[in-house]
Ligand binder design. Structure first.
Ligand SMILES: C[S@@+](CC[C@H](N)C(=O)[O-])C[C@H]1O[C@@H](n2cnc3c(N)ncnc32)[C@H](O)[C@@H]1O
Length: 310
């Protein structure tokens, strides 16, 4: 990364952010880990290095930085560019559903659109039945489980992951956000959840195809492969979750599942299933809702497809 001209010492916070944004674009970085553009990442890194709050009033934008501060900001920019580390891993924090989570390489950076559903308290998806117990299958950092518990303090929420690393981060987030109604369990999908019944299962499982995973920008290599890779069509996990969810849902229970771009493959495999593809503020995001009755109705077909996976 080119060094700033040492003569150009009299620079402000806004100068640094502008410079970082330009460099990030010039160097062809990829965005998509919580922030979707260069200026937001440059802002986040600058404020972090300067130990300033993320909601700093713009009136401080013209404040000058010391030479040491400038060096610290530029060092972070350099790591973002040279090592392609997502900004949230460099700062160690990411926003999700209005809550600030700890994030590091033990789990994916929280970014699921499911945050919007949680903040809307799942209306209208859950308006027809009461919810007492909810499961976040494939919880990673614990973001979905903890946010569900935060917005619905009367719910008991379980978060499940197979990764010990992810679960240790989830426990740290539970403590940080005082999420007393969220509990984390290690399990390979539903294997160790015998007898557990939920009114709602929410899941953002791995759903990236092998081909897409191998072609992802370098930034994604900092995230655990276990959180992304999901077979040739990206549906290895979603199909198993659909197969086993009826055993863990109440009669009126609901499954909400994110499959991203694998939505098209899923509809090709199961054209008769009535998936309700959820509309978000920005449009459809490959997230469907399906009730237990519909899962049971198509169980034989779903099971055959899921059983054929490794
Ligand atoms: C796409 S990440 C989602 C993480 C988190 N829910 C989020 O939205 O940021 C998928 C998660 O599934 C977990 N996972 C992978 N295989 C699993 C399995 N067999 N059983 C349970 N969890 C699994 C990974 O460890 C990873 O944390």
């Amino acid at each position: 990364m080119p060094a700033l001209d040492p003569k150009f010492a009299d620079i402000s916070i806004i100068d640094l952010i502008r410079y970082g944004g330009s460099e990030f674009i010039r160097q062809g970085l990829s965005f998509g880990h919580s922030f979707d553009n260069a200026m937001d990442e440059a802002t986040q890194l600058t404020l972090h290095a300067l130990k300033l709050p993320h909601d700093l009033s713009p009136v401080y934008g013209n404040a000058k930085v010391t030479e040491e501060e400038r060096r610290e900001v530029l060092a972070l920019f350099a790591r973002r560019i040279d090592e392609r580390i997502p900004a949230c891993y460099l700062t160690g924090e990411a926003w999700f559903a209005g809550l600030l989570f700890k994030t590091d390489e033990r789990a994916l950076v929280p970014r699921s659109p499911i945050a919007e559903l949680i903040e809307a308290r799942f209306e209208p998806w859950t308006s027809t039945h009461d919810i007492y117990r909810a499961l976040d299958m494939c919880t990673g950092s614990g973001c979905i489980a903890i946010a569900m518990g935060h917005y619905q303090p009367h719910w008991e929420v379980h978060g499940v992951d197979i990764s010990e690393d992810a679960l240790s981060l989830a426990e740290e987030n539970k403590e940080r956000l005082m999420a007393d109604n969220a509990h984390f369990i290690r399990s390979n999908l539903f294997d160790d959840l015998q007898g557990e019944i939920y009114d709602l299962i929410v899941t953002n499982p791995p759903y990236v195809t092998h081909e897409e995973t191998d072609a992802l920008p370098e930034e994604y290599a900092h995230e655990p492969d276990l959180g992304l890779r999901a077979g040739d069509d990206g549906l290895d996990f979603a199909l198993k979750i659909m197969r086993d969810a009826p055993d863990h849902l109440t009669d009126e229970g609901l499954l909400i599942c994110e499959v991203g771009e694998s939505e098209h493959a899923l509809m090709r495999l199961l054209p008769d299933v009535n998936f309700e593809w959820i509309e978000f503020k920005v449009g459809q995001m490959g997230i469907f809702s399906i009730d237990r009755h519909e899962l049971v109705h198509h169980h034989a077909q779903i099971k055959a497809l899921a059983d054929a996976r490794a």
